[in-house]
Design a protein around this ligand. Structure first.
Ligand code: SF4
Length: 229
């Protein structure tokens, strides 16, 4: 099992990565506003480290609130990813097709949403943070994401996964339910943990950056590499 010292170090690194992500995305004209929560579905994904981070930062009171919300609203169908972001990169490198997956926003809203506001907003996982649009999704019926923003969010997903390589990746709600039933305050998610429908985080096999964005993301990649490698 990972030592507590290592856990604290990686949790702090994760927080620094989130701060860097917010700085990067501030460069885009984001239309997302308070109570605009169409992307808050039950299909968000997360790494085990991100769940440990939420556990660490919210403490017992915050977790009790999450427990109640999860118990109150149960969506039987959720997106359960067959592969991680780095797993997808690896499949591309090896010329394999990605596994088929089912994902439908109609399966339900996230139970952590209250009156259109996220109740854990400061500590939400990257899978929530990467949802952005430069125009109102409600008006347009879909998100409008610049290709450079898509590249940047993918790079962050790859580095956050790398930070938790060997740990688990899956439905955020599945992982939060596990955390709600198990005391993670003194120990991280066990490395041999097996929750149905989850998969394992991988190290970065190659960054998914198209040639036209390599120069624009060079400084960012160096910053992220300096934080975790
Ligand atoms: S955790 Fe918060 S930001 Fe993420 S989907 Fe749920 S309500 Fe939305």
């Amino acid at each position: 099992m990972t030592s507590i010292v290592k856990k604290n170090k990686t949790v702090d690194t994760l927080e620094n990565i989130y701060a860097l992500f917010d700085t990067e995305m501030a460069g885009f004209p984001v239309a997302c506003a308070k109570q605009c929560a169409d992307c808050c579905t039950c299909n968000v994904t997360a790494t085990g480290l991100e769940v440990a981070y939420i556990h660490d930062r919210l403490g017992a009171g915050g977790l009790d609130d999450i427990r109640v919300r999860l118990a109150r609203s149960w969506q039987a169908r959720r997106y359960r990813p067959a592969a991680t972001t780095n797993g997808f990169a690896l499949a591309c490198m090896e010329g394999r097709d990605a596994d088929e997956e089912e994902n439908d926003p109609a399966w339900g809203t996230c139970p952590l949403l209250e009156d259109g506001i996220c109740t854990i907003y400061p500590v939400r996982p990257l899978g929530c943070r990467v949802m952005m649009s430069t125009t109102s999704c409600r008006k347009a019926g879909q998100a409008d994401m610049p290709l450079l923003a898509l590249t940047i969010t993918t790079v962050f997903m790859q580095f956050v996964e790398h930070l938790d390589a060997g740990g688990i990746y899956g439905s955020f709600l599945d992982l939060m339910e596990y955390a709600g039933k198990n005391d993670l305050s003194r120990s991280p998610l066990p490395e041999n943990l097996n929750i149905s429908g989850t998969t394992r985080n991988l190290k970065i096999p190659a960054l998914m950056i198209p040639p036209e964005h390599v120069e624009k993301t060079q400084a960012l990649v160096q910053s992220l590499a300096g934080m975790i490698l």
